[in-house]
Each structure stands twice: as structure tokens, then as C-alpha cells.
Design a protein around this ligand. Sequence first.
Ligand SMILES: C[S@@+](CC[C@H](N)C(=O)[O-])C[C@H]1O[C@@H](n2cnc3c(N)ncnc32)[C@H](O)[C@@H]1O
Length: 315
Amino acid sequence: MVLSRLKPQSEKKLTKQICKVVLDHFEKQYIKELGESWIAVRDILTSPTCWQYAVLLNRFNYPFQLEKDLQVKRYHTLFQGYFPYYPKSLMCYVSRIPERIPSDKYQIGKIKGYYLLNAASLLPVLALELQNGERVLDMCAAPGGKSIALLQCAYPGYFHCNEYDNLRSRWLKRTLESFIPQPMTNIIKVTELDGRQIGHIHPEMFDKILVDAPCSNDRSWLISSDTQIASYRLNQRKKLPIIQIKLLRSAIKALRPGGSLVYSTCTLSKAENSDISVPTAANLYFAGVFRGEPSRYSGKTQNRTLKITNYHDYT
Ligand SMILES: C[S@@+](CC[C@H](N)C(=O)[O-])C[C@H]1O[C@@H](n2cnc3c(N)ncnc32)[C@H](O)[C@@H]1O
């Protein structure tokens, strides 16, 4: 029965128009930053059949039948065995065949069984290595995909989900309500603070912090249909590192000594990734996924650990 709901969207629906203004801008920038690799990355970014939609199963209402159906359809679990940290409770399936299953519909009072996300979005979640009982901050949390994924990994002692934008914050609350049972919400706090202030408000409070920063989302910008919006975004793009560094500095203030912080983006832009550095922490690079092989992160840990990840889906 579930299988019938898993019909993939047609190939036609998978075909998206690529925005030329954005592509031209990226060509100039990324050929400089990535050299020849840009050619392969560009092909993957612009070809929807290469994008992987992962199915994250919700441990709070585990969809056993769906899991069987996915296995019949030759879906396979993601990244297991690649990472030093990969909790058994995190169950995520992907298919080698390009398809997108419909999302689980919202129903009042029902905990959803699964969440669809870009497979690579789990990289920052895994990099955070969340353990039971830890105090964790998801600083830029809406719509909540990584918050849900973090809660599949461990039971934090306190989970602070923050989102500055009012509308998106409502979306975040709705996501949490849909995936997390009521008794667990006692450990979750949702706020609408400016992330740049959190370090002053809660100094050295958290064991783990995720800064999934507002960034130029290369893939979604490439398929934007409105040229005016695209040009506006490209114009504003240079301002992003200013807010990103402020968010990161604030997060470091909110991190307890010995804690770990993951800063992540879904852009390839050097200015928004490796150029966002701070003096107090060691940088660990967790470079993303290339053709199904996630690269391991490496580096030294000092007083506080900072991992920079970007989660483009190069699978
Ligand atoms: C990349 S999205 C986060 C995606 C989210 N982590 C997830 O997995 O669903 C970045 C978010 O940061 C929010 N944001 C932008 N400026 C912010 C600020 N100053 N403080 C907190 N959040 C902010 C944006 O509204 C956006 O929702």
C-alpha cells in the first residue's frame, strides 16, 4: 500500500530551467576557485537527475512498512561505514535511480514517519557528533531538517532551536511538532533571536553548536526562474560573509570550552566557507561528498573545535 504512494515524479518534472545569469556568474567565479573540477561539479549541479533526495526515517514513529518498500525498490542506507560517528538510530535511505517520493502529509496530532532532504545535508549533522545529554544549539534552524536529523542521532539534555525570520520560525515549529512527540518537546526551546546576539545572551552555554548559515544556495539559485530576483541575489551575495562571520563569532562565544561547533553552508563559494575563519579555533575541513565518496575530515582540535562543512550533493 505504501509502495503505491512512492511513485516517482515524472522525468519531465525533474527537468528544471537553468538561470543563465546565475550560471554565467558561477562560471566566472568557480572556474577561478575550483579549476577544472568546476566542470564536473557544474554538470551535477545543473542536472536534476543527479540530485539525491534522501528519505530520513523518523525514529519517533518508525515507518517499518515504508522501510521494507524502500528496500524492495533497492534504496540503500547512506554513508554508513564512512564516518567515525554514525549512530545506528539515524536511518536514511537513498536510491541510485533518480526519483523523488511524495512528502509525508501534515495531519494534526500525527507524528510523521519520514522527512525528505538533500542527502548531503546530513554531513554537518554527522560532523557535530551529538551525544546523549549534551546541550545543543541549532542557531539558524528553519525549516528544521537538520534539527530533526540531530534528534535521530541522540537525546540531547537541552536543544535550543533558533530562527530569526518570523515566518520561517513558524515553519520550524510546525516541523518540530510534526516529527517529535510531545513529551520530548520539554527539552526543546524555540526562539526567534538574531543569532548574532546569542553569544552575549548565553556565553559558554552549549556543548555543541550548529551554524547552518544563511548563504548563497548555489543549486537553488541556479534553478530560479525569475531573472530579476536572481540578479538581486547575486548583487547582495558579497554581503553574506559579513553576517556569516558575525554568526560564527557569536556561536563561538556561546560554546563552552572543549565544545564543538559546525559551521556549514550549501554553497561552494570560498568567501562563504574557508575564508570565514576565526582565530580561536582549529579549522577542520569536511569538504563534502564527491561522487558518493564523502571525504573524511581531518585536523587538530584545540580548546574548541570548529568544523567547516559544505553539503552540496555531488553524489
Ligand atoms: C540555510 S538556512 C537553515 C536551514 C536549516 N538548518 C535546515 O536544515 O532546515 C539558514 C537560515 O538562517 C536564517 N537566518 C538568517 N539570518 C539569521 C540570523 N541573524 N540569526 C538566525 N538565523 C538567521 C534564515 O532565515 C534561514 O532560515
